[in-house]
Design a protein around this ligand. Structure first.
Ligand code: DLL
Length: 430
């Protein structure tokens, strides 16, 4: 553990810390008197002393549209001059979401990502090959800062140029690989095809996009790593919000001393019980530039409490099932792309590359599930149609295409869903 004191704290001690931090946050938001402060006042809160941790679910929430409406700097809780860096994402809605960090925020970020690396067994001196994109996206810079904080040796590869990545893995012999899960698949396939020696690798910390247990098995069979999930979002800080440990590989430890997490019903906003899927809501009591009270992440997962096999006592979140706004409704059936992924990758012989084409050319929406196999389409097609219907109640048009047909994403996040409204098909040959 990078910080055993914080990561293995008793539940009581942690609640007391969270409550104190929450009260300080409420005082700060009221003092700044921005959108969040005004909402608190409207809810009858006049000071931090008015709230306890148990009241959290009654406090006002914040959403991505609040960030858009106040774009770019309207929600800052510090003077613009105190912002040391800006990061963000192009956003699932296509509009950029920008987030400011003070120097203290960058220190906090380094700290929580160092904890993520600790979850993978990294120590001072461990060579970390960082193939997350560097730039506005938080993946590259986040793991860079975390690696430096840990005292690791960071190789700042960024995404793309796969052959060069392989050369440096062979030459520098990293133990830890950090990149998106879809890029880990690409690296694994390319290493196999070129006979590159990647035997130094021990663990991979993969996130920024949803991936299934079946994808984990695929990655672990093509690279000599324990594949660990890391979750985060720019609005909250970036990577480092929650990470799986190498010991259990079961649930992501949320750094809840800095990111208080709740799980709510996506429609009503009412709390859901531990173990039940719901939307994750984050409060960031220690962030300076953009502290958020009850930020609705849109991500669907469940929470589990208790001490993990690794000794961490932090609440664990399940893998992300999907996003609230990414749920496809196909002729009345609700489907998350990651559920389709589970069905596809459970089949031997299918490549871990797929794309879902939502065909809206006619009045009734059709889902075309495109995947790849090297050993003949026919034997897979019917079984997949059956599997999707059996598991998800979904009747889909399944196309098993030749290897290399489904578009790859060398840089950035995998594109799993595309919409076809008119004209040429989004994937050639559909
Ligand atoms: O993706 C931060 C990150 C970078 C996380 C590197 C992990 C590794 P954004 O670009 O703001 O930030 O996108 C955040 O990506 O709300 C989720 O929908 C999705 N996401 C992130 N991690 C995971 C994950 C970064 N492990 C959005 N599983 C989030 C599923 C994930 N979805």
């Amino acid at each position: 553990m990078f910080d055993p004191r914080a990561e293995a704290m008793s539940a009581d001690e942690r609640s007391a810390l969270q409550e104190q931090r929450l009260r300080d946050l409420v005082d700060r938001l009221l003092a700044v008197d921005g959108m969040q402060g005004r909402r608190l006042r409207a809810a009858g809160v006049t000071g931090g002393a008015d709230v306890s941790l148990a009241d959290l679910a009654a406090l006002p929430t914040t959403t991505k549209s609040d960030l858009w409406e106040t774009y770019p700097f309207g929600m800052l809780a510090v003077p613009r001059e105190d912002v040391a860096a800006v990061h963000g994402s192009s956003g699932t809605g296509g509009r950029p979401t920008l987030v400011g960090y003070t120097r203290a925020d960058l220190d906090l970020w380094a700290e929580v990502v160092a904890r993520s690396l600790g979850c993978a067994g990294a120590r001072a001196g461990t060579v970390v090959h960082n193939a997350y994109g560097y730039g506005l996206f938080t993946g590259g810079v986040g793991f860079h800062l975390g690696g430096i904080r840990m005292g690791a040796t960071v190789i700042p590869m960024s995404g793309g140029m796969t052959q060069r990545q392989l050369t440096l893995i062979e030459d520098l012999r990293p133990e830890v690989l950090t990149c998106t899960p879809s890029y880990a698949v690409t690296l694994g396939e390319a290493a196999r095809a070129t006979g590159t020696d990647v035997s130094s690798l021990r663990a991979g910390i993969f996130g920024a996009e949803p991936w299934s247990e079946a994808m984990r098995a695929q990655i672990e069979s093509s690279l000599p790593v324990k594949a660990l999930d890391v979750y985060g979002l720019s609005e909250v800080i970036g990577p480092g919000v929650a990470t799986e440990c190498i010991e259990a590989q079961s649930g992501l430890h949320v750094n809840e001393d800095h990111f208080i997490v709740e799980c709510v019903d996506p429609s009503s906003g009412a709390p859901v019980a531990d173990g039940q899927p719901g939307e994750l809501v984050f409060t960031t009591p220690t962030k300076e530039a953009l502290p958020l009270l009850r930020y609705r992440s849109g991500d669907i997962a469940s929470l589990t409490r208790g001490t993990c096999a690794c000794g961490r006592t932090l609440v664990r979140m399940s893998k992300v099932l999907g996003r609230r706004d990414d749920m496809l409704v196909v002729r009345g059936v609700n489907v998350y792309p990651s559920e389709v992924e589970s069905v596809l990758l459970a089949r031997e012989g299918l490549a871990p590359h797929y794309q879902l084409v939502v065909d809206r050319r006619a009045a009734a929406t059709e889902l075309i599930v495109c995947c790849e196999a090297s050993d003949g389409a026919e034997q897979h097609r019917d079984a997949i149609v059956y599997g999707l219907h059996e598991r998800l109640g979904l009747r889909a048009d399944v196309r098993v295409l030749a290897p290399g047909t489904v578009p790859r994403q060398e840089v950035g996040k995998a594109v799993r869903v595309v919409t076809w409204t008119e004209g040429e098909p989004p994937i050639p040959g559909l």
